[in-house]
Design a protein around this ligand. Structure first.
Ligand code: FMN
Length: 493
């Protein structure tokens, strides 16, 4: 299949463009997706494979004590088990429990997740961390514990798999995010991978916020030998995919490295897609870096807009603990100043780069009820945060219809639509660019969520939308993939 291409130079469309195209929701075909088999939902937590568990709950006591007393949380230890416990819990720990009489408990976590399915898992590679033997551990969020996966000397392998990234050498703590594909695919079918990447981006957004507030350095490791990490973490082939590594260290300890490795050229990568695999597994196959000898150099570029000082009163831990997706907005307006503040927080630079792609994402603001701003669609310039009017008008009905008739979409005050020119993305980063871009969109969504909590407003991610209607609403060509939508509004009391 030859899909629309902006450059026109490459006769072979990337797999990314195919995957995105074929996983679009469309009002004429959505009914053909088939029913959701609720009885086939896989377990929400991984089985524990080791008799040893390293408890993290007790290590959270001091931060919880401060939060209970409504106190500022002092910067904790910059390394060691207590630091790890904080990072993991406030990234993806269990923060709420929904109990139904006679039913099973359902847990909600620090980061949001499409459908509350939580396909993102986290692993910790640790060395010289007080209280923790050197090793690789799985974070078991239900038990609030680390489960050993591997112990012994593995740092040289890790460095090799992360393509010799200097932050791996400098760090004693690498968090690795994976996506457990079946946990989302039973419900969302071929569109699951999109949501897994977005979910993971949200979790990364929390992690970097905690790093910032704790004065820790981070370095995003988007480039790695996928198969090597799979082997190191004992991941089930074509079931659990490594998606991102994040090196963490005390402030000032990590080298400033920017840029992410592209994957193979799409024309090469497509040869690895096995038609017998699910389309999203094929997408992951095309994203992989298989050989360090044929690596193309990292792509560097700008990350973030104007500087913004996060106010002292913003307590990252309390904000993350208090975050929930809003389930009902009351259709009331939000003042333009508040919208600008949210964008300033969301797009701000943060020491080392926080985004994986550079300048490839596009953002539009759909103003439905913003005091001081005419209703309409505005293009957000991510470097200056200027709002440029694209289409004036009241697009409440269009937004509602586009979001599959979800009430939230007509009751919110504004929506942020995240998109990317897929051919350009694949041209720069290969198919791996799709992974990077969707995680960036998720991260930006989480930054908007956290600021909404701070402003006592509500927000929700929207992963279910009619793609082409969204292109039409924000007036971008169909060569641009709509990656995500974030809604913000005044929550109903
Ligand atoms: C990628 C993504 C897509 C989502 N899509 C929708 C959606 O289409 N509609 C909706 O009401 N909520 C959506 N949500 C919100 C989830 O339903 C919510 O995160 C989940 O139920 C957990 O609740 P919590 O966010 O309050 O912790 C989405 C969240 C994410 C991260």
């Amino acid at each position: 299949m030859r899909l629309a291409h902006t450059s026109g130079a490459d006769p072979l469309a990337s797999f990314t463009e195919r995957y995105h195209e074929l996983t679009k929701y469309n009002p004429h075909t959505i009914d053909k997706l088939g029913p959701v088999h609720w009885d086939r939902q896989p377990p929400a937590f991984k089985a524990i494979s080791s008799k040893t568990k390293i408890d993290l709950l007790s290590r959270l006591q001091s931060v919880m004590d401060h939060l209970e007393k409504d106190e500022t949380v002092p910067e904790g230890p910059e390394a060691g088990l207590e630091n790890i416990a904080r990072l993991l819990f406030f990234t993806l720990g269990l923060t709420a429990r929904l109990s139904e009489p006679g039913g099973e408990d359902h847990f909600l976590r620090a980061a949001p997740s499409a459908g509350g399915l939580y396909p993102t898992e986290m692993y910790v590679a640790a060395r010289n961390q007080s209280g923790l033997p050197d090793g690789i551990y799985h974070y078991h969020s239900l038990k609030s514990a680390l489960i050993p996966v591997w112990q012994g000397a593995f740092w040289a392998d890790l460095k090799h798999y992360f393509l010799g990234h200097p932050a791996v050498d400098a760090s004693g703590l690498i968090l690795i995010f994976t996506g457990l594909y079946g946990r989302s695919a039973w419900r969302y079918k071929e569109r699951a991978y999109r949501r897994i990447l977005l979910d993971t981006g949200h979790a990364v957004g929390n992690l970097l916020e905690v790093c910032r507030s704790a004065g820790l350095d981070h370095s995003l490791l988007g480039g790695f030998l996928d198969a090597g990490l799979e082997e190191l973490l004992f991941l089930g082939a074509k079931e659990e995919f490594p998606l991102l590594g994040v090196a963490i260290g005390p402030g000032g300890s990590l080298p400033a490295v920017s840029g992410q490795y592209p994957g193979e050229h799409p024309a090469e990568a497509i040869r690895h897609a096995l038609p017998s695999d699910a389309m999203q597994v094929q997408q992951n196959s095309c994203e992989r870096i298989r050989n360090e000898k044929q690596l193309r150099p990292p792509v560097e570029g700008p990350c973030g807009g104007p500087a913004f000082t996060v106010p002292e009163g913003f307590n990252a831990f309390r904000t993350i603990l208090g975050r929930r997706s809003c389930r009902k907005f009351n259709s009331k307006p939000i003042a333009l100043d508040k919208v600008r503040e949210a964008l300033s927080y969301a797009f701000r630079p943060q020491g080392a780069p926080w985004c994986l792609t550079s300048g490839h994402l596009r953002f539009h603001l759909v103003a439905l009820n913003v005091t001081g701003l005419m209703p309409g669609v505005f293009r957000i310039d991510p470097t200056t945060l200027e709002l440029n009017l694209q289409r004036a008008g009241d697009f409440r009905t269009e937004t509602y219809t586009m979001c599959l008739g979800q009430d939230l979409a007509e009751e919110c005050a504004y929506a942020v639509v995240h998109s990317a020119d897929l051919a350009a993305l694949a041209g720069t980063y290969g198919d791996r660019g799709y992974r990077y871009a969707c995680m960036d969109a998720g991260q930006l969504g989480e930054r908007i969520n956290l600021w909404a909590v701070h402003q006592a407003l509500g927000s929700s991610g929207i992963g279910g939308y009619y793609d082409d209607q969204a292109n039409e609403l924000v007036d971008v060509p169909l060569t641009h993939g709509i990656l995500y939508i974030t809604l913000v509004g005044v929550p109903e009391e």
